[in-house]
Structure formats: C-alpha cells, structure tokens
Ligand binder design. Sequence first.
Ligand code: GDP
Length: 139
Amino acid sequence: MAGNITFTMIKPDAVAQGYIGPILTKFNEGGYTVRAMKYTRLSRKQAEAFYAIHKERPFFEGLVDFMSSGPIVACILEKENAVENFREFIGATDPAKAPEGSIRKLYGSSIQQNAVHGSDCDENAVIESNFFFSQFERF
Ligand code: GDP
C-alpha cells in the first residue's frame, strides 16, 4: 500500500526569487498538509550525502554546488498516495516538459534549477524526512 507522506525541498533558486509563499500556497491548493517545515541551508557535505545516489552522474558536482548555494525550505507533506501524487503535481524534472500551471513550470528555470524536490518512492520519503527532521519535529 502506498504511503501518505512525501519529502520536499523548496530549492535555492526558488527561495532566492521569493517563491516560498507561492509554492506553499500551491502545496495547500494541491491538498497537501505540512507535517514538518524547516528553513535551512545545506553544506556541500550534506548536499553530497543527500544526492549520493547521483554521485556518478555528470551533473552531480553542479547539483551539489547549486543545492548548497543558498537557503532551502525542507518539508514533510501528507496526502493519500503522497509520493506519486506529488511527483505528478510538481511536473517533470525539466520545467520545459512540466505541465502548464505545475510548480516546476511556474517557478523552475532549468533542468537543474527546477524549484522543488520530491521523493521518488516511499522508502526514500522516510530516509529524506529523517535526514532533516527528528521524530519530535513532526506533527
Ligand atoms: P527529480 O526526481 O525529478 O528531482 O530528478 P532526479 O532525481 O533524476 O535528479 C535530482 C536533481 O538533479 C533534479 O531535480 C535536478 O535538480 C538535477 N538534475 C537531474 N537531471 C539533471 C541533468 O540532466 N542536468 C542537470 N544539470 N541537473 C539535473
């Protein structure tokens, strides 16, 4: 059975452009409930650890530079079938291929600077949530 939480980050590009508010509004409009939220910044080391799965990819160094370049907002979101629903909701990795009105289409500017992260499976939603939040920070 699909789980009901996913993990997201509002990435440094979207935070720097003042899109925290509009993106949180989108989460609400999409029926997602915020269960934990944190404004923070990843060190290079933390960004490397978070994206370790992409270590061998040609875009890894650029991704780590970008994700540690400024503050982010980390959130745990709740909704039925959250992981799959949220990935569809935010749109494709490349904002140019994301549907009109989706978060990545509205607020992303490139395949790297695509405004938000979304977990790719239930297992990673838990791992990524634990990366940022202790159990006492969840409601
Ligand atoms: P996601 O699940 O849609 O976020 O995509 P992935 O897990 O495949 O990639 C993680 C993140 O790496 C993406 O959200 C992008 O920020 C970045 N990324 C993915 N593919 C590319 C690429 O081909 N080029 C660059 N520069 N960045 C990429």
